[in-house]
Write a protein that binds this ligand. Structure first.
Ligand code: ASP
Length: 343
């Protein structure tokens, strides 16, 4: 396969970019300036590949919204020149970055593929080479001059996922990600099989980026035995505008009077409470059980089948837009980038 596609690779850090020093045997950062000389296979594509490497590179556990802004700005600046973008990123917070970018890159019509690996690219058994090489191919893939996958995606271990539907579920297996509530966008085998019906189509409006993410978000994870003090502390964190309440099953929570009173007081103060289930599959259905009827009455917002990663970054995006509370609540229950299925 040969094409004249122009691809930009952005290396942020993570395991994938490590190679073993031939003399000392220690792992050191791969030199992305000499990408094609270090992975000669990619020359066969015939793509024009440029790369930008963060300096210093970051372990993705240190990811922050300002790094998402940096990535969005690079993509904006290079948007016209390149057909697609591959972001090499640590797997730990890759689902957060993919979710955040899906909101920040507005009216995207080109592929932005995040990938990484569980073993460094310089190790013999690495999963990094396949992940990287196939990500390049997907970033360059077009039909009738249009990108096949104009979305922010994660490619890992033969599967292409919609980024804002993923979570990291395994710290050891090469298959590190899952998208339980949305089908894979493509599967790589002998050929790359695209599931066209599940891939977003661009709406034809001008690409722009959003860079004012508001970090005023917290998570209240429920568990049997959670105390009034813990609930009170989280709902009253200074500067917080929204809380993702990580609930049981189909969006259920305790019905203790003290718990519901705390929620009610918080909603009255103007705090947005977003109901996201701890189950990775299925959706919040408020009103199904008695344990969620009250939440609905109080004004807790349903997150349907959104992931925790998407819920947090969607709130940062909506709060950063300074929309009215009413508009934020409406958008929280609307699929903006295919991140949820509203039923
Ligand atoms: N801790 C690493 C990171 O997320 C793990 C990885 O690259 O997969 O940056």
């Amino acid at each position: 396969m040969s094409s004249t596609a122009q691809i930009l690779v952005i290396y942020t850090g993570g395991t994938i970019g490590m190679v073993q020093d031939s003399e000392t045997g220690t792992l050191k950062a791969f030199d992305f300036k000499h990408l094609t000389s270090q992975i000669p296979e990619i020359k066969k594509f015939g793509f024009h590949i440029d790369s930008i490497s963060f300096d210093p590179i970051i372990d993705s556990s240190n990811m922050q919204p300002d790094v998402w802004v940096r990535l969005a700005r690079i993509i904006e600046e290079k948007y016209e020149k390149y057909d697609g973008f591959v972001i090499l990123h640590g797997s730990d917070t890759m689902a957060y970055t993919a979710s955040a970018l899906s909101f920040m890159l507005e009216n995207l019509s080109k592929p932005v593929i995040l990938t990484g690996s569980q073993l460094p690219i310089g190790m013999i058994r690495t999963d990094g080479k396949e992940n990287f090489i196939t990500s390049l191919e997907i970033a360059a893939a077009k039909k009738d001059g249009e990108a096949l996958v104009p979305e922010v995606c994660i490619y890992f271990e033969y599967q292409l996922y919609r980024g804002n539907r993923t979570h990291k579920f395994n710290a050891e297996h090469f298959e590190a990600f899952r998208s339980v509530n949305y089908p894979v966008l493509a599967q790589a085998g002998v050929e790359i099989k695209y599931n066209h019906e599940f891939i977003h189509k661009p709406i034809g409006q001008e690409f722009r980026i959003f860079t004012s993410m508001d970090p005023g978000v917290a998570v209240l994870t429920l568990f049997p035995g959670i105390t009034l003090e813990a609930v009170e502390a989280i709902l009253n964190i200074e500067g917080i505008k929204a809380v993702v309440m990580h609930t049981f099953g189909s969006g259920n929570a305790p019905t203790h009077a003290w718990f519901l009173e705390e929620l009610e007081k918080a909603v009255e103060r103007g705090l947005i409470i977003y109901n996201v289930t701890q189950c990775r599959g299925g959706a919040v259905k408020m009103g199904k059980y008695e344990t969620s009827v009250k939440l609905q009455k109080i004004g807790v917002i349903s997150g349907y089948d959104i992931t925790l990663e998407s819920a947090i970054t969607k709130l940062m995006y909506l709060l950063g837009n300074n929309y009215s509370a009413q508009r934020i609540k409406k958008y929280l229950q609307t699929s903006l980038r295919g991140e949820m299925t509203v039923q």
